[in-house]
Ligand binder design. Sequence first.
Ligand code: GLC
Ligand code: MG
Length: 531
Amino acid sequence: MTDTSASPQFVHWWESGVIYQIYPRSFQDSDGDGIGDLAGIERRLDYLATLGIDAIWLSPIFPSPMADFGYDVADYCGIDPLFGTLGAFDRLLTSAHERGLKVLLDFVPNHSSDQHAWFRDSRSSRDSAKRDWYIWRDPAADGGPPNNWISDFGGSAWTFDEATGQYYLHAFLKEQPDLNWRNPEMRAAMYNVLRFWLDRGVDGFRIDVLWHIAKAEGLPDNPVNPDYRPEMGEKLKLRQLHSTNQPEVHELAAEFRSLADSYGDRLLVGEIVLPVADMMEYYGRDRPGVHLPFNFQLVEAPWNAGFLRNMFAEYEAALPPGGWPNWVIASHDYPRIAARLGEAQARIAAMLLLTLRGTPTLYQGDEIGIGNVIIPPDRVHDPKELREPGIGLGRDPSRTPIAWDDSPHGGFSAAEPWLPLHMDWRTRNVAVQQTDPNSMLSLYRALLQLRRSEPALSIGSILLSEGSKHILAYQRSHGTSRLQILLNLSGTERCLPDGLGSGDLILSTLGSRPPDGWLRPDEGLILRLGT
Ligand code: GLC
Ligand code: MG
């Protein structure tokens, strides 16, 4: 028998690594149409490699009428001409791999575009061989929709099709008909889609709205949500009890997983927006589920040390054995972190995200601290904002282009970008921040470098301390190495609680200084503790 206790624990790349989300429309344009593309991303791979991330996840790049900006897929095995060609994708993949970067695609299984050949066939006749690939039902007795379900973007989740006299279901836009995962042929076709990309060499997928894909048998009405208020958006009128998170979804997740595992070390990140206990089930019930059920708790959590400490403790305690944590602070669907917290606390959020236990996902543009962007009414694109205007649901402000330098259009494009740049792009851009040691970008780089060189941060254990009302404090350890993280969540100088200030300073969010038992306003510290 070999004694393996002394050999280093095998760590998957996605456990120790950091994921960076690219919103392709807004990363880098290469052909002067004002919209980012694959060749643009390829041009910026050196930037990403130097930043210190390990994997990029690309929001959808497949052929799409763009009713929901790519989350309405018209062909799962192609590339939209806006973004390039399959050849351009292969080049990007190869170039990324040459730099040691993994590439994740966005797999959208809940719905296709209404322009997908499958749906066009399905809606052509009740006898279509693909009729059952989507969810068709007869009208209710009064001619209205088959049940009370509401689309996540407001309005009924059903659209009547005159030609065949039935309604089809869509959890999002009517241009995004829901696929029927109870149909074995459709399932097989989707598994072939996964194989198509895995065969090409992609390293995994982020799975869009995974918790939506199975619906309750019989499609019963959803119950009314007693806490609904109009400013929440119409979807919250009902509790999505029967339309989401059904037991069958775990079967499907397990099938995705075994397919991915048959290709070796590939990663599945499942988008799950559910309470912690439900989210945990997506790690798998009887069989493994997705590797990482995307943990969105930080994107909306109150910025309060006590609240966050409890949230971290609960999440850690709820993880199943072997379940690897993950964190995200912003995305193309949520407000930018600097818009939500202001620039000073966005630096604290950066330190938090990159020192918590578990795989972090950064959202493009947060590393230069893009804040709130005002979108003039005539430039609104997001269907969510267009359908329920003025209540703050719009996602365009988080989807604006990256400013690379102070040349026209921020070096993003030779033409006017599809969404406006942030107001301060002439001074807030990658080129400026690269040369400023105190910039947000330099902070992100320092944190990413530290995370890479300190196993305590990338794979170590976490110990949450009591801290105080305004100070979040925790230790990360691996072997004999112990790091203390101290985050001042307020704009006021704070005395460190007893026993927490000792140690050698490794990094402050405010630049170098001797440790003195205090946290300056909006300061975060990483200290090395003695062994
Ligand atoms: C996910 C995507 C979002 C999209 C929705 C419908 O939540 O992140 O952008 O609108 O799914 O596909
Ligand atoms: Mg372009």
